[in-house]
Design a protein around this ligand. Structure first.
Ligand code: ATP
Length: 551
């Protein structure tokens, strides 16, 4: 993206400013805000819904619609096919038993007996501090950019000291996780007044439970899906039988997922209801490493092509200790969100080599034996009850006759985290001339044109006869192609600013010259250059510039 309008260093990305802009300009609102909001749930406003739709559509278009199955894309080991599905949020409960989510999908939490607050065990961090012979481990919930400062405030408050007395505190050792402390009676909980109120860690399953039908008994219990992936696995055979796909091929799905996160936080980053964009890519076991390499590189390049700067974006390969027992490779695409401490990154997408674990589990009902012993239910005959589907989910290669259970590479992305990263990346402040040519500071969202909620705005320079009619006519024509906004109120400079704030890449202005020669100016949000173009060429010019390298 061009940033010629900027003078000096790029603006520091402040989460506070980004959140405020999101609210002010209709990107994101708290869910049920008039009732005080609901923690972990977010609504997308008129601008946000367009941004998120553009992200999901770009993903679907680039991964599925425009995929050419006749040639191997650069870096791919072979040509491959891509199809999509849209499966239900509530599935047969057995799916979650077999996938391992019922028994294993949990976080460790600790409760505070004093405040009744609940925390994720792995997110509470603290530091030893001593004052006048009393030593406590002060804690805060989550490691933000101001963690040291937050701990200091906690300690001052606890010991009843003023800020200027801070040097009387004796700190001991670095910031460390709660799990490093054995004696809980010395731990001051993140919101507690006295030490010793945090419970021992307990497991907390992240799946939302509901009941299907009129009976609320356990036999009617069901779960809101915590990932879209299982809907793909259980339809593997249906897709094979109903289409002519052959391995290697991928099945894509975009849809809502739900996780009862213990501590939702960081705006939409950790929500309880969110959308995922997932691909399960099925391939021959011997080819799977090559496909894994392909997908991790391809997915990383996708974010870059849509404007995420590579110094804030990274691809991190998991170490052996982080891998699930069935995975021979997992990489995360991560972004340095402004709410994280410097040098820390948050996950946007995980690309995992999952072997044949999922399909085999749905065939045979195996749980993850390395993590936990099988919780086998016995049937009436005293033998373990069959928990897989019992269906044959293997694949037969028609050419070679070979039968095998395919291996899977799974690129699993979050649409909301992507939207948040694109919002953070787009936010900028710079100087731009106002109506009188005087430089004024402006806030500008430098979205990639493909993702911008509004692609083009149309203004008559002044509300003068002739100009208004032409501008309305251009607006009506462009509306047939793309999201277009019409504005005739106030000084044109202010109208430009309002569009800059929501990231509209192009503004068309009808001015005096238009009346003479039927040309208009197209103003570029980033370079501030104005290009004069005949009215009937406007759409062609804009269309060219809306494209990204993936298209
Ligand atoms: P985390 O470690 O941050 O909880 P995860 O490793 O559990 O994430 P996955 O199960 O791999 O996440 O889910 C795939 C993607 O779904 C993530 O990369 C993320 O973009 C998105 N995602 C997962 N949990 C949430 C959430 N609570 N809120 C928003 N997006 C989420």
């Amino acid at each position: 993206m061009t940033t010629q309008a900027r003078e000096g260093a790029p603006a520091v990305k402040s989460m506070e400013k980004i959140v405020s802009l999101c609210r002010r300009r209709g990107f994101l609102f708290q869910s049920s805000e008039i009732y005080g909001g609901l923690n972990g749930f977010w609504d997308y406003g008129p601008m946000g819904v367009e941004l998120k739709r553009n992200i999901k559509e770009a993903w679907w278009y680039d991964m599925v619609t425009s995929h050419n199955e006749l040639v191997a894309p650069p870096g791919a080991p072979a040509p491959y096919q891509m199809v999509g599905v849209d499966t239900t949020i509530i599935m047969h409960p057995q799916v979650w038993k077999v996938s391992g989510h019922y028994d294993l999908f949990h976080d460790m939490m600790v409760d505070c007996r004093e405040t009744k607050r609940r925390y994720r065990y792995d997110q509470v961090v603290g530091r030893w501090v001593e004052y006048q012979g009393r030593r406590v481990f002060v804690t805060v919930d989550g490691e933000g950019p101001t963690v040291e400062q937050d701990l200091l405030q906690r300690a001052l408050k606890f010991f009843n000291l003023r800020s200027k007395q801070a040097d009387q505190l004796h700190w001991d050792g670095p910031v460390q996780p709660l799990s490093s402390v054995e004696d809980r009676s010395l731990v001051l909980g993140p919101d507690a007044k006295e030490p010793g109120t945090l419970t021992e860690p307990r497991e907390f399953n992240l799946m939302f439970k509901t009941y299907v039908g009129a009976l609320a008994g356990e036999e009617n219990a069901a779960f809101l899906r915590p990932e879209t992936a299982q809907g793909i696995f259980v339809n593997f055979k249906n897709v094979l039988d109903s289409t002519r796909v052959k391995i290697p091929f991928g099945i894509a799905q975009v849809g809502k997922s739900f996780r009862n996160e213990i501590t939702p936080r960081h705006f939409t980053f950790r929500s309880r209801e969110f959308e995922q964009m997932e691909i399960e890519f099925f391939c021959h076991p011997e080819q799977s490493q090559a496909w894994y390499q392909y997908w991790r590189n391809r997915r990383f390049a996708w974010y870059v092509s849509l404007g995420l700067a590579s110094d804030r974006l990274r691809l991190r390969e998991h170490g052996p200790e982080e891998l699930s027992h069935y995975s021979t490779g997992t990489a995360d695409i991560e972004y340095a969100f402004p709410f994280l401490p410097p040098g820390k990154f948050g996950e946007l997408e995980g690309i995992a080599h999952r072997g044949d674990f999922d399909l085999r589990s749905h065939m045979e009902g195996k749980l993850d034996p390395s993590t936990r012993p099988l919780q086998v239910e016995l049937g009436p005959d005293g033998k373990p009850r069959w928990r897989g589907s019992g269906k044959d989910l293997s694949y037969r290669d028609e050419t070679t006759g070979e039968r095998y259970v395919p291996h899977v590479v799974e690129p699993s992305a979050g649409a909301d985290r992507a939207a948040l990263a694109f919002l953070c990346e787009a936010y900028d402040e710079d100087q731009a001339p106002d109506d009188k040519g005087k430089m004024q500071s402006r806030t500008v969202m430098r979205f990639h044109p493909r993702l911008a909620p509004i692609k083009v705005a149309v203004f008559p320079l002044v509300k003068k006869e002739g100009m208004v009619e032409i501008a309305r006519d251009i607006y009506a024509q462009l509306k047939k192609h793309t999201t277009c906004f019409y504005d005739e109120k106030g000084a044109v400079g202010r109208r430009y600013r309002r569009q800059d704030e929501v990231g509209t890449p192009f503004c068309i202005t009808v001015d005096g010259q238009t009346l003479d020669d039927r040309t208009v100016t197209i103003r570029d949000r980033d370079t501030l250059q104005q290009q004069r173009v005949p009215i009937d060429q406007c759409w062609d010019v804009i269309q060219q510039r809306l494209r990204s390298p993936e298209q």
